[in-house]
Design a protein around this ligand. Structure first.
Ligand SMILES: [Zn+2]
Length: 845
C-alpha cells in the first residue's frame, strides 16, 4: 500500500474496556456494547471495526458524530475535547463460518448436529467481535460479559475465571493489561479435565463430548508440566489464575495462544492414549509447549508491532523444543527440530525474494502473510538456537528474567531482547544476530584447500535464479578444529596449513557441528572424501547434515543428484531415525526425475527396494513391544519406501494386517495404519472399500485416523473415485474447510489425480477465496502447488493462472517465489534427468 497508515493507538490509548456481548446461534447474529475508557491525543480518533453495524457512539454519555470507513476497518469519531474519555459503542453483526472473529464450530454426537462457539482474533479479527483499538501495543484491561441462547448443560470459558452470572449474563474477572488479539471465549456442551500445578495454577483441557474422556489426558499432563517448566526456566510466575486448553472442531491454524484460554485444532490437543503414533504424540506435545511458551513470550510481553512477530513466534518455536526436551528427555525432541524445522527453513530461505525474519508490514493481509512457518517460525527458531548456543543457558535465563521484569504487561522490540541477553552475557548479541534477523537468505560456506592452506569463504546460497547483492553474515562456525574462530564475520578466512591441521586433530575437518547454525557447507573434494571415508564414525546429526547439505547444493546446482545416488546406500542401514529421514528425503526427491510408469520409474523402485529391504527384514512390518524410539520412528520411512518399491513381502504383510482387522480398521496400530490402508486401496481397492473409508472419515472423532484416511483415499488410482473425491472438496459435511488443504495436496501429488485437483482449484478459486480467503494460511494453497509441480507444462499453466493475481495483497510474494521455485525445479529436472536415471540404473545393477 502506498499510503502510510497511522496506527490508531497514536491517537487514542485505551486503558479499560467493558464489553457486553449477546450471541444467538439460532439466528447467527450477535449484538453488544463496547465501553472503552482511554486517553485521546487528538479530537479526531479512530476505533477499529470490521463487518460490524455501528448503531450509536457516545462519549462520556453524550452522542457524538461518527462515520464508518470499511476500507480502513474503522469508525472515525469526532470528540469535543482531548484527554480521558469513556466511549460507549453499540453494535451488531452476523456470525460467519470463516473461522475468524466469533464463529461456530460444527460437530456431531450420536448423529445429532451440534455447535461450539469459539473465537480467533489474531491477527486483526478482534475488531470483528467488538469495536476496539486492535493493535498489539494498545494494551488494556478487559471486563467481559457474555449472554447467549443458553440451555442446560452448557459451559462458557474465557481468559479469566467467571465471577458471577446474573440474568443469564456471564461476568468474567478483569483481565491483566493485555492486547486485543489475545482475548478469547468459548461456549457449548463441553467436557473437561482439570489439575493444578505445583505453584497453584489451575490447568484444564476442554473438548466437545464427541470425544472419549481419556483423549484429554495426554494434553493435561503435558500442559501442567510445561507450565511448571516455564515458571522455573523463565524464573517468572505464570501470571493468571488458570490455563485452559480448548479443542475446537473447526480451527484454521494449528493453535492460538490466547492468554489463559489457548485454542487448538482437535488434532493438536486430543489423542487416544492407547493408539496414537509416537510421532503424533511428539507433535501434540510440542504444539502445547509452544502455545504455553507464549503465555510469557507474546502474552505477558508482546511485540510492539507486527514487524516484530518473530519475537513471539521464533521464540515460542525454540522454547517448545527446550521445554519438551526438559520434561521428556528420552524423546530426543531436538531430532524433530533437525528433520522438520531445519530443512524447511533451509529450503524456503534459499529462494530469492524471501522475506527476512524481521519484516516491515502494515495492512492486515500483509500481516497475515508473514506467518510463514519456514521463516518466522523455523528460521527464526534456528536463529535463536544460534543465540542460545552463543550465550549459554545461564545467561539466557538471566536475560529473560530481566526482560520479563522490565516489560511485563507492556510491549517490546527485538532490540530490547538483544540488550537483555547482551547484558546477561557480556556479548554484543545484537550485532551478531542482526545479520540473520534483518537479511533474507543464508550463506554457503566453501571450505577449500588452496596452496596447502585451509580457507573458508561465504556467499549467499540460492536455489533458482538469485541476485547476489554481496550479503555477509556473522556466522557461528562451530568447527571441530580449535584453530577455526568462533565467528566468521568476513567474506573469507584462512584457517592454516591443512595437512598440519588434519594431523593435529586426527579427524576429518567439519563445520557447523550439531547443525545449529543457519548455513550449509560446500567441502572441496579432498575434505569431502575424507569425511565420506569416516562417515560411519560420525554421529547421526552429522550424517543427516552431510545428506542435507548435498541435497540443497544439488537443488542449487552446485552439486548433482547423480553424484548423491551412489552415496545413499552408505546410510541405508542406519538405526537412527534422523539419518533415515534425511536419506529418504533425498531418495524421494529422485521421483521427480522419472516419468510415471516408465522403465526409469521401475529402476527407481528397484533402488528403493535396495535401500529398504534389509531394514524391512530387521524391523518387520508391525510394531514390536519394547522397541526403541528410533525403531518406531524409522519404520514409517521403511514401509513407505518398500511399498513404493512394490516389495512383495511388504505388500503381503500389509494385506494380511488389513484382512485381520477388517472389522475394526481404526483399531489397526496407528504407527502403521496409513500404510496398511494405502496398500489396500492402491492394490486391492474397490468402490465399496472407498465408500466405507469415506463414511468412517465422516463419522470418527479421532483426528489421527482421519489423517490416515485422507492420505489413503487421495492415493487411489481409479479416475472415477478421484472424481468422486474432488466432488467432496466443497462439501463441509465431509471435508471441513480447515482440512481441505491436506485433501487437495494429496490428490495433486497423486500422478493419477493431479489433473483433477489442478482443474478444481483453477475453476473454483473464487469459492476457495470466499471460504478460507480471510484466513492466515490461505496463501499456503499456492505453496502446496509449488511444492509438487516439476514439468514445463505445469509451470506454464501455473504462471497463466497465478501471474494475474500477483497484485493481490498478501499473495504477491508467495506467487513470485513459487514461480521461481517451480521454474528452478523444471530446469533442474531437464538438465539432470538423464544423468540421474543413469546413476540409478547403475546403482541397481
Ligand atoms: Zn506461536
Amino acid at each position: 500500500m502506498a499510503e502510510q497508515l497511522t496506527h490508531f493507538y497514536e491517537k487514542f490509548q485505551p486503558s479499560h474496556y467493558n464489553i457486553y456481548l449477546d450471541i444467538n446461534r439460532d439466528t447467527k447474529e450477535f449484538s453488544g456494547t463496547s465501553t472503552i475508557t482511554g486517553d485521546a491525543m487528538t479530537t479526531a480518533i479512530s476505533i477499529h471495526q470490521k463487518f460490524l453495524n455501528i448503531e450509536s457512539v457516545q462519549a462520556d454519555g453524550k452522542a457524538v458524530s461518527f462515520n464508518k470507513d470499511d476500507d480502513q476497518e474503522a469508525i472515525n469519531i469526532d470528540l469535543p475535547t482531548t484527554g480521558v474519555v469513556t466511549l460507549a459503542i453499540q453494535f451488531s453483526a452476523k456470525l460467519t463460518d470463516t473461522m475468524m472473529g466469533i464463529y461456530p464450530s460444527y460437530y456431531e454426537v450420536d448423529g445429532v448436529k451440534k455447535q461450539l462457539i469459539g473465537t480467533q482474533f489474531e491477527t486483526t479479527a478482534a475488531r470483528q467481535a467488538f469495536p476496539c483499538v486492535d493493535e498489539p501495543e494498545a494494551k488494556a484491561t478487559f471486563d467481559l460479559a457474555i449472554k447467549f441462547d443458553e440451555h442446560a448443560g452448557e459451559t462458557i470459558i474465557s481468559n479469566m475465571p467467571e465471577v458471577r452470572t446474573e440474568n443469564g449474563v456471564h461476568y468474567f474477572d478483569t483481565t491483566m493489561r493485555m492486547s486485543t488479539y489475545l482475548i478469547a471465549f468459548g461456549f457449548g456442551e463441553m467436557q473437561s479435565k482439570e489439575t493444578t500445578t505445583k505453584s497453584g495454577v489451575k490447568v484444564g483441557v476442554f473438548a466437545t463430548k464427541a470425544h472419549k474422556a481419556d483423549e484429554l489426558d495426554f494434553a493435561l499432563d503435558i500442559a501442567k508440566r510445561s507450565i511448571e517448566f516455564y515458571e522455573d526456566f523463565y524464573q517468572t510466575p505464570y501470571p493468571l489464575p488458570h490455563s485452559w486448553q480448548l479443542a475446537l472442531p473447526d480451527f484454521s491454524a494449528g493453535a492460538m495462544e490466547n492468554w489463559g484460554l489457548v485454542t487448538y485444532r482437535e488434532a493438536y490437543l486430543l489423542l487416544d492414549p492407547k493408539n496414537t503414533s509416537f510421532e503424533m504424540k511428539q507433535l501434540v506435545a510440542t504444539v502445547i509447549a509452544h502455545e504455553l511458551a507464549h503465555q510469557w513470550f507474546g502474552d505477558l510481553v508482546t511485540m510492539k508491532w507486527w514487524d516484530d512477530l518473530w519475537l513471539n513466534e521464533s521464540f515460542a518455536n525454540m522454547m517448545e523444543y527446550v521445554a519438551i526436551d526438559a520434561i521428556e528427555p528420552d524423546w530426543h525432541i531436538w531430532e524433530v527440530f533437525q528433520t522438520s524445522e531445519a530443512p524447511a527453513a533451509l529450503q524456503r530461505d534459499a529462494t530469492d525474494g524471501v522475506q527476512s525474519v524481521h519484516v516491515q508490514v502494515e495492512n492486515p493481509a500483509e500481516i497475515d502473510s508473514i506467518f510463514d512457518s519456514a521463516i518466522v517460525y523455523a528460521k527464526g527458531a534456528r536463529m535463536l538456537v544460534m543465540a542460545r548456543a552463543l550465550v549459554g543457558d545461564k545467561a539466557l535465563r538471566e536475560g529473560l528474567k530481566n526482560y520479563f521484569a522490565a516489560h511485563k504487561f507492556h510491549n517490546a522490540t527485538g532490540a530490547d531482547l538483544w540488550s537483555a541477553l547482551g547484558d546477561a552475557s557480556g556479548m554484543n548479541v545484537g550485532a551478531i544476530m542482526n545479520s540473520w534477523l534483518e537479511q533474507p537468505g543464508y550463506p554457503v560456506v566453501t571450505a577449500k584447500v588452496q596452496n596447502g592452506q585451509l580457507t573458508l569463504s561465504q556467499q549467499q546460497f540460492f536455489i533458482g535464479d538469485g541476485k547476489d547483492v554481496d550479503r555477509k553474515w556473522q556466522i557461528p562456525l562451530n568447527s571441530n578444529y580449535d584453530a577455526v574462530p568462533e565467528i566468521m564475520a568476513d567474506k573469507t578466512l584462512t584457517v592454516g596449513d591443512y595437512q598440519q591441521l588434519r594431523q593435529e586433530n586426527g579427524k576429518p575437518f567439519f563445520l557447523n557441528v550439531g547443525n545449529n547454525s543457519h548455513f550449509i557447507i560446500q567441502y572441496d573434494e579432498t575434505s569431502m572424501a575424507d569425511i565420506l571415508d569416516h562417515v560411519a564414525d560420525l554421529d547421526a546429526i552429522s550424517q543427516l547434515q552431510i545428506l542435507q547439505d548435498l541435497r540443497l547444493l544439488a537443488d542449487g546446482r552446485q552439486n548433482s543428484y547423480a553424484n548423491i545416488v551412489p552415496l545413499l546406500p552408505k546410510f541405508a542401514d542406519s538405526h537412527s531415525n534422523i539419518v533415515n529421514a534425511a536419506m529418504y528425503r533425498v531418495a524421494n526427491n529422485l521421483k521427480k526425475f522419472v516419468t510415471p510408469k516408465s522403465n526409469e520409474e521401475k529402476a527407481l523402485k528397484q533402488f528403493f527396494d535396495r535401500l529398504s529391504a534389509a531394514q524391512l527384514d530387521r524391523l518387520g512390518f508391525a510394531p514390536k513391544a519394547g522397541e526403541s524410539n528410533d525403531d518406531q520412528l524409522t519404520r514409517p520411512y521403511i514401509l513407505s519406501a518398500s511399498l513404493y518399491a512394490e516389495n512383495a513381502d511388504a505388500m503381503a504383510a500389509a494385506h494380511t494386517l488389513f484382512k485381520q482387522n477388517e472389522g475394526s480398521l481404526a483399531g489397526l496400530s496407528a504407527d502403521i495404519r496409513v500404510f496398511v490402508l494405502r496398500n489396500e486401496v492402491k492394490n486391492f481397492g474397490s468402490q465399496a472399500l472407498f465408500d466405507k473409508l469415506l463414511a468412517a472419515y465422516r463419522q470418527t472423532a479421532d483426528a489421527s485416523y482421519k489423517q490416515d484416511i485422507c492420505a489413503t483415499l487421495t492415493s487411489t488410482t481409479d479416475p472415477d473415485l478421484i472424481a468422486k473425491l474432488v466432488g467432496q472438496f466443497e462439501n463441509a459435511d465431509t471435508i471441513k474447510p480447515q482440512d481441505l488443504r491436506a485433501w487437495f495436496r494429496g490428490v495433486l501429488a497423486n500422478d493419477d489425480g493431479q489433473q483433477a485437483a489442478w482443474d478444481w482449484i483453477r475453476k473454483d478459486w473464487q469459492w476457495l477465496e470466499d471460504t478460507v480467503g480471510g484466513d492466515m494460511e490461505f496463501a499456503t494453497y499456492i505453496t502446496v502447488i509449488s511444492g509438487i509441480f516439476h514439468t514445463p507444462q505445469r509451470l506454464a499453466e501455473f504462471k497463466e493462472f497465478f501471474e494475474p493475481k500477483i497484485p493481490t495483497p498478501g499473495l504477491t510474494r508467495e506467487i513470485k517465489m513459487d514461480i521461481s521455485v517451480i521454474d528452478s525445479r523444471v530446469q533442474l529436472v531437464q538438465a539432470e534427468k538423464a544423468d540421474v536415471n543413469e546413476a540409478v540404473s547403475r546403482a541397481v545393477k
